[in-house]
Design a protein around this ligand. Sequence first.
Ligand code: GRF
Length: 217
Amino acid sequence: MPLQSGLVNNIESLVNVSNLDKAHKIKMKNIVILVSGSGTNLQRIIDTIESGEIQNAKVSLVVADRECFGLERAKNHNIENVLIPRGKNFSSELSKIIPENTDLIVLAGFLSILKPEFCENWGGKIINIHPALLPKFGGKGMWGHHVHHAVIEAKEKESGATVHFVTPGIDEGEAILQKSFEVTENDTPETVAEKVHIIEYEIFPIAINKVLNNVVI
Ligand code: GRF
C-alpha cells in the first residue's frame, strides 16, 4: 500500500524513534525540597534542573514549615507546594504527604529538626546544606546568622559550606561535598553570609547530582 508506507516513512523522519525509546528508559528522579526562608538555594536547584546541570530530575514537591518566599518560588514555577506548620507534628505530617517514589529529600535552608524516625526511614535519601565547614560550627542553635557571627567571633581564617546526609544527630551526617573560602579581617557576619551563599550555589547542584547518581564514597 504505497500511501500507508509513505505515511510511516514520514512519521519516522519526524520522530527519531530510537531516541524516544532511550528517553523512556531514563528514569526521572523525584526531589522533594524543604524550605523555611527566602529559598535562593531552592531557586538554584530549580534553575540547574532547567539548565541540565542537575540531570534527569524534577522537583515534585516543595514543603515549607512557615510562610516564606520559598513557597512563592515554588508557585512561580508551578511546583506542587504545601505548608505544614512547624511543631512537634511536622515530621509525621510530612511522612503522610511525601510521595513514595521520592528519590531525594533536600533541606535547602530548612530550620525545623526532623524526628529521628523520619531520618531513619529515609536514611541515605535526605541531604542538607549547612553554612559552615562541618564539623565546625554545627549542632543545635547553629543556623543562619548565628553561624556567621560565631565564625567572626572565633576569628576563623576560613569558612565555607557543607552538603551532608541528614541523620538523627543534628549536622552529624557524613559530608558529601564541602568548599571553603578565606575570611579576612574586614569580613562581617553579613559578608560571610554572602560568601557562603556563593559557595552554596556552586556545590549544591554538584552534590545533588552525586547523590542521585550514587557517586558518593
Ligand atoms: C543557607 O545559607 C543555608 O546554608 C542555611 O540557610 C540559608 C538559606 O538560604 N541553612 P536560602 O533560603 O536558600 O536563600
